[in-house]
Design a protein around this ligand. Structure first.
Ligand SMILES: [Cu+2]
Length: 278
């Protein structure tokens, strides 16, 4: 099921035309240019993603709803050229049984981003640029008993066709920077519904946690190396890793309170940045 949300962008441009032998005239051109995000709805329940099998390519907003009682995330991984769906399925089965990765598998290569850790009942929005190909959708979180979520449920794949979806790169309210082992934004975040942009230059993820009164940063730091259920605080949005050089966006509504940016890929460095929204 693919939905297109309509936003209307009206471009008003005025241009002055001077035709030889005639007085100058002013032409006002009112153009209605519709720029629609391309929204693909995906759901997760019973450790299995469900959504469309096939979508068109370009800037794609993945809207993931978590219908389970556990946190989940959604990583996209583009299969290398020449690797079929059958190859991928066989490789996953072999990994589950023998923990041997396929020759073509790369932890960092083929990453196009995806929804960061998302609390039960929440819907998260990420916007990523998907090129034609076959993508696996995988949750990289872990249950309380230590079982990785990719060992559970049914493997999910998304075929992205060469047809362009025509969606624009989304406008961003904030830019996120990941540098010196810290996560910062270009300006202080205020309450509201915002889109965050990040140009990934290293291998990492960005997770947004909402801190609660009884949980402090130390609790979060103590938990981070485990990176499994249950989480000490709810996570409400974020981005899974992209190959360096790629840009991704996520959209989230925030209200006044205490929050923390977290990176799960550097647990020993404790990349956790708390901040307050007034
Ligand atoms: Cu999961």
């Amino acid at each position: 099921m693919i939905l297109r949300a309509a936003t209307l962008c009206i471009i008003l441009s005025a241009c002055s035309l001077k035709v030889l032998g005639q007085p100058a005239a002013v032409n006002v051109v009112l153009a209605s240019n519709e720029t629609k995000p391309y929204i693909v709805q995906v759901e997760i329940a019973n450790h299995t993603f469900s959504g469309p099998d096939e979508i068109s390519s370009g800037w794609t907003t993945l809207s993931l709803t978590n219908h389970s009682d556990e946190h989940h995330l959604m990583m996209t991984h583009k299969l290398p050229q020449g690797v079929s769906l059958q190859d991928a399925t066989a490789a996953l089965e072999n990994w589950k049984k023998n923990r041997e990765p396929a020759e073509w598998w790369s932890e960092e290569g083929g990453r196009y981003g995806g929804q960061g850790l998302l609390a039960p009942g929440k819907t998260g929005l990420v916007t990523i640029f998907l090129e034609p190909g076959i993508y696996s959708l995988v949750c990289g979180f872990t249950s309380e008993d230590g079982t990785p979520h990719f060992d559970k449920g049914v493997p999910s794949y998304l075929r992205v066709t060469s047809e362009s979806n025509g969606a624009p790169e989304p406008p961003a309210d904030y830019e996120i920077f990941f540098e010196n082992k810290g996560i910062t934004t270009d300006k202080p975040v205020v309450a509201g519904h915002h889109t965050f942009k990040e140009l990934f230059d290293t291998w990492h993820d960005v997770q947004l946690a909402r801190l609660t009164e009884d949980v402090n940063i130390k609790n979060l730091k103590d938990w981070l190396p485990e990176w499994k259920s249950p989480t000490p605080v709810p996570f409400i949005g974020g981005l899974e890793p992209l190959e360096p050089g790629r840009i991704a966006y996520f959209t989230v509504a925030v209200t006044p309170g205490r929050y923390a940016w977290v990176c799960s890929k550097h647990p020993k460095d404790q990349v956790i940045q708390s901040f307050t929204i007034k």
